[in-house]
Ligand binder design. Structure first.
Ligand SMILES: [Zn+2]
Ligand SMILES: [Zn+2]
Length: 344
């Protein structure tokens, strides 16, 4: 009887998993839960309610003190709510509200003054505006701004981007020829470098690493185009969980150019000098070309890293001297193979 005279308090309720809000008026928590569970289609046994803002449990004593239209979350059984941060999970897991979020973020950004909040909003927008599902130039013209007209698809461009990096490494090997004084050594080095160039060409400059249309072990990214930092040369994984999808937007494509294919055993400090050293008293045909090829141009020794995980100091990792030269048995096999080929 007493309760009848109590004022009904208007509040806004929502469930944990849906962010649709409902306006409800109730005289106490008991009534609120009854109405709320029905509205939100939640089981009413063990239901409870808390503040949307910070997860504070709303008790019968607390309820009358709430301001009108307070936002509340109705929870069932063992569900918990730790406040607005819970919404982050929703924000990231759903594409449904992407357009609304973009609008909201743009609106906030337009009159945001603090650099820190601006940065957060800009990053959010950049990620929300991910259009990685688009592939062709016609579909996503903005992505191709400044990209040579011969590239019709994102994958073709990304493949070329990787090829260019690998070509760059080959050029560096070539460039080392000039530093050699002894004519004999230079000649052998030139032979070696030519053979390596041929191997790289056969592997199509490993452009597959950046091409999302390639099969799994060949590409370094997911089917959608997400690349994950592989961590600096001395780490197993990236502690910062760096990731990027250069297929998503023009900005991400450009930022991706700061990501590096880092040689674990270093190209300039270690591999090229080791090759030069080996040729001082060996012929090109004694060299285990496959070993040097793998070190210089393949993911066996390359790690894709975010610029922060690209450590510039010496890596102090050496080439394996047992691998640098062809073993006698290898050369024999090579000869046999060669003969067979000639016979055919
Ligand atoms: Zn990293
Ligand atoms: Zn490096």
């Amino acid at each position: 009887m007493f309760g009848l005279f109590r004022k009904h308090k208007p509040v806004k309720i929502r469930s944990r998993n849906e962010n649709t809000k409902y306006g409800v008026a109730a005289k106490d928590v008991k009534e609120l839960l009854k109405k709320g569970c029905k509205l939100l289609q939640l089981p009413s046994s063990d239901a409870h309610v808390c503040l949307y803002a910070d997860g504070t449990k709303v008790t019968e004593e607390f309820f009358p003190t709430l301001p009108d239209n307070t936002e509340l979350v109705v929870l069932c059984r063992d569900q918990t709510w730790s406040g607005v941060v819970c919404d982050l999970g929703q924000l990231l897991s759903t594409d449904r509200h992407a357009d609304g979020l973009i609008e909201a973020a743009k609106g906030l950004l337009s009159d945001e003054q603090t650099p820190k909040r601006r940065k957060i909003l800009m990053d959010l927008l950049l990620n929300l505006e991910d259009r990685s599902e688009l592939e062709s130039r016609e579909e996503h013209e903005d992505w191709f701004t400044g990209v040579d007209a011969r590239f019709k698809t994102k994958s073709a461009y990304m493949k070329f981007n990787c090829e260019s990096r690998i070509r760059g490494y080959m050029k560096e090997v070539d460039g080392a020829t000039k530093t050699i004084q002894k004519a004999k050594v230079r000649e052998e080095f030139l032979k070696t470098s030519k053979s390596l160039a041929q191997m790289v060409k056969t592997a199509r400059h490993n452009g597959c690493y950046f091409d999302r249309t390639e099969k799994q072990p060949d590409r370094l990214c997911t089917q959608e185009g997400w690349f994950t930092c592989q961590g600096s040369y001395e780490q197993k994984v990236c502690q910062s969980l760096h990731s990027i999808n250069p297929y998503g937007s023009r900005e991400s494509r450009i930022v991706f150019s700061t990501w590096n294919l880092d040689h674990r055993i270093e190209k300039k400090r270690t591999i090229i000098p080791a090759l030069l050293e080996a040729l001082q008293n060996h012929k090109s045909s004694d060299i285990n070309l496959n070993y040097f090829y793998r070190l210089l141009f393949t993911r066996e020794n390359l790690k894709l890293v975010h610029i922060v995980c690209h450590k510039k100091g010496a890596h102090n990792l050496l080439c394996d001297t047992n691998e640098m030269f062809r073993r006698a048995s290898d050369s024999e096999k090579q000869k046999v193979k060669g003969k067979r080929r000639r016979l055919v």
